[in-house]
Design a protein around this ligand. Structure first.
Ligand code: ADP
Ligand code: MG
Length: 263
């Protein structure tokens, strides 16, 4: 079995549980070439878990995960490492190494995963730092950067391997609204210029609608809506409607994520 050729990522009936909690209950989802899929959901709903499954950092309890023609869940460790080079990841808290300056953080994947010379690496790093507007910060350390700048560096690092897919985990969490929209714009521009496919996980509505070419909502282990942004906005699903309006009235209760019983 292989994924449909037009799909960059496909999840088929993926199930994942932790201890007493069923986090993903037969989740199926696919992402086509150059789409920007936004996955929304409450905190603790399983969004980061989906990204970890795509990266092969954890395995599902049932179902399968494809990246292009590769069934991630069936690859050997060695093959997985090779396939992962085509996937860039921007972590929620940027995950930069504090002991390395900006240049060296961005260079890291190239040093670890390629045989490129220092000269070639420097050239690629300069080019990616320019793309994210961080050329002048090249020799600063992460502690000298603002949250928005760290995010830019993290973006540059995700781009150095020229990935086909980039996964973003809450890219604007903790940023003030103005910086958040700047980062959203950057994500859109870079995706379009580099012709990459993206999956963006967020619980921030404004970001979701700015970035997404398609929106999916995860709730109690299931994808309860999956549509283009316009259709999504009109969703008749009361959970989606409540999530969109941020209303306290509706089926979503405080702590409702804890209420999912293991089946
Ligand atoms: N490695 C793990 N071990 C145990 N529980 C986990 C693990 N990873 C995630 N979980 C639990 O699964 C649920 C979903 O987590 P996560 O995917 O991080 O949610 P989100 O990113 O939507 O906030 C949470 O209740 C979390 O505590
Ligand atoms: Mg998360």
């Amino acid at each position: 079995m292989s994924a449909n050729d037009s799909h960059v990522v496909e999840l088929r009936a993926v199930r994942k549980e932790f201890e007493q909690k069923l986090v993903l209950d037969e989740v199926s989802l696919s992402v086509r070439h150059q789409e920007r899929l936004v996955i929304m959901g409450q905190s603790g709903s399983g969004k980061s878990t989906i990204l970890r499954l795509i990266l092969g950092m954890m395995r599902p309890d049932a179902g399968s995960v494809f990246f292009k023609q590769f069934e991630i869940t069936r690859l050997t460790r060695r093959k997985l490492q090779q396939v992962r080079r085509d996937i860039g990841m921007v972590y929620q808290y940027s995950a930069l190494l504090s002991s390395r300056d900006v240049h060296d953080n961005v260079a890291l994947p190239l040093e670890e995963l390629t045989e490129k010379s220092k000269k070639e690496i420097d050239k690629i790093v300069d080019q990616k730092l320019e793309l994210v507007g961080m050329t002048d910060a090249k020799n600063l350390t992460p502690s000298e950067l603002s949250g928005g700048m760290r995010k830019r560096v993290s973006l540059a690092r995700a781009l150095v391997m020229e990935p086909e897919l980039i996964l973003f985990d809450e890219p604007t969490a903790g940023l003030d609204p103005v910086i958040a929209s700047v980062i959203d714009e950057l994500i859109i521009n870079l995706s379009e210029q580099s012709k990459v496919t993206s999956i963006v996980v967020t619980h921030e509505m404004a970001s979701a609608f700015r970035i997404g070419t398609r929106m999916a909502m995860l709730y109690q282990g299931k994808i309860i809506e999956d549509a283009d942004p316009e259709t999504f906005k009109q969703s008749q699903n009361p959970v989606v409607a409540q999530f969109l309006s941020g209303s306290t009235e509706g089926p979503i209760l405080e702590g409702s994520q804890d209420a999912i019983a293991k089946k």
